[in-house]
Design a binder for this molecule. Structure first.
Ligand code: NI
Length: 200
């Protein structure tokens, strides 16, 4: 058995894929082998998420079409929850327990842009941990949104797919305005603070 804490360090930062690249828009394959290769992928994903200053990262965002995401995200009590989930499914509240909250959402694969999106304020995520053991994460606050966003990624959906056409156009305009800050291999190359051509 490998401990989660041993996967939080030692990874190599990978390039984050961008919306419109095929890997982000197709369903992923389930994982059934829990070996060193998987653990090394998880390490790389934690390193990449930290370098990109994200709260969640799907395997498709490091160009692997596999059903896996990592997260390091605060819940409603501002308690940081950290983990890796393999082959996840999300269960959302129904009936009078279902409350939608609209908050700004962003994605490391469309860096710099945010749009309000209504989602249920709670989500339970079930799947397997890095050793293949069943886990359940109860998500509230930002973590509820993160669990839904990352599980969407693994079915080939990005949050822009959930927006109206008008809202999506605003989102792309915001991204285009800030795209110069993100080199193509970001976060291997760091974010630029300003556009040299505009400040020459
Ligand atoms: Ni995303």
């Amino acid at each position: 058995m490998v401990e989660l804490k041993d996967l939080l360090t030692g990874g190599q930062v990978q390039r984050v894929t961008r919306w419109s690249e095929d890997v982000l828009h197709q369903p992923t394959a389930p994982i059934d082998v829990f070996d060193e290769r998987l653990h090394s992928l998880i390490q790389n994903m934690f390193a990449t998420m930290a370098a990109a200053d994200g709260v969640g990262l799907a395997a498709t965002q490091v160009d692997q079409s596999l059903s896996l995401f990592v997260f390091a995200c605060p819940d409603d009590d501002n308690h940081l929850q950290v983990g890796a989930v393999i082959n996840p499914t999300v269960i959302l509240p129904e009936g009078n327990k279902r409350h939608l909250v609209s908050e700004d959402e962003g994605c490391l694969s469309l860096p710099g842009a945010y749009a309000p999106l209504a989602r249920p304020d709670q989500a339970i995520c079930r799947g397997l941990d890095h050793n293949g053991e069943p886990i359940e994460i109860i998500g509230t606050g930002l973590l509820a949104r993160c669990l839904q966003h990352e599980t969407d990624h693994l079915s080939g959906m990005v949050f822009g797919d959930r927006l109206s056409g008008r809202s999506r156009r605003h989102l792309y305009a915001d991204h285009d305005a800030l795209a110069y800050r993100y080199p193509d291999d970001w976060p291997i190359s760091p974010k630029r603070d300003f556009d040299p051509s505009r400040h020459a």
